[in-house]
Design a protein around this ligand. Structure first.
Ligand code: MN
Length: 227
């Protein structure tokens, strides 16, 4: 071990249902992975290969509280399922991909939509809209051996008790094994990597005081307070 010249940053981790914690290495996020959401964002879902951006590992936020971020007046909720990898590699075949999955969790890809919109218009990276402090509220990790492959099931999000997003995991354009395989063609995947699998239609703004509740069949529900 080198002798660190400042205190080493802590390893980010997410609690696991049944005990222990999942240590996080990287967070990849797919864009526009449900057709109806691609359409609501102004794109044709039939003509696009998958694309990804990243959040920072320490943007994962298991606290149940989402502090409204600085420098935005239009922060949106995106209800998603996070996929946690126990192993990785390169050029992973689609048929081998599921063997790398440790488990799944409820997750919100909170987005500074106004800043993302400016970045899109200017041809700039999305990080300023996506990868900010506490921007990925996350529930506990459910091991795949207890919940199965999570390839179908209702995904929904309520704001203050009103359903805003409502879809099914089987509506993903790029399925979980396809995402893993695709990412592994461009990156060296490794244990601890996390993939946010996209959001169904119905994204919209939140304000301080709101209560968000995401539910996915098999993963239960998670409540997040916007402060
Ligand atoms: Mn998203």
């Amino acid at each position: 071990m080198p002798e660190f010249v400042i205190p080493a940053p802590p390893t980010v981790s997410v609690p696991v249902v049944g005990g222990g914690a999942f240590p996080v290495r990287r967070v990849y996020c797919i864009g526009r992975n449900y057709a109806a959401h691609a359409v609501e964002m102004g794109h044709d879902p039939d003509r696009e290969p998958p694309f990804f951006f990243q959040k920072n590992p320490d943007d994962l936020n298991p606290t149940g509280v989402f502090p409204y971020p600085a420098q935005s007046k239009d922060v949106h909720h995106e209800a998603e399922v996070a996929v946690f990898l126990k192993s990785g590699g390169t050029q992973i075949a689609i048929e081998d991909a599921m063997a790398h999955v440790y488990g799944y969790a409820l997750c919100l890809d909170m987005t500074r939509r106004d800043l993302q919109g400016i970045a899109k218009k200017m041809g700039r990276p999305w990080e300023i809209g996506k990868a900010f402090h506490a921007s990925a509220p996350v529930g506990p990790v459910h091991p795949a051996e207890s919940v199965g492959p999570m390839d179908h099931g209702r995904i929904s999000l309520k704001v203050n008790g009103t359903v805003k997003q409502d879809g099914d995991l089987n509506q993903m354009i790029w399925k979980v094994p396809e995402m893993i395989s695709y990412l592994s063609d461009y990156y060296v995947l490794a244990p601890g990597d996390v993939i946010l699998s996209g959001t169904p239609a119905g994204v919209g703004p939140v304000v301080p005081g709101d209560t968000l509740e995401i539910s996915v069949d098999g993963l239960g529900s998670m409540t997040v307070s916007v402060t």
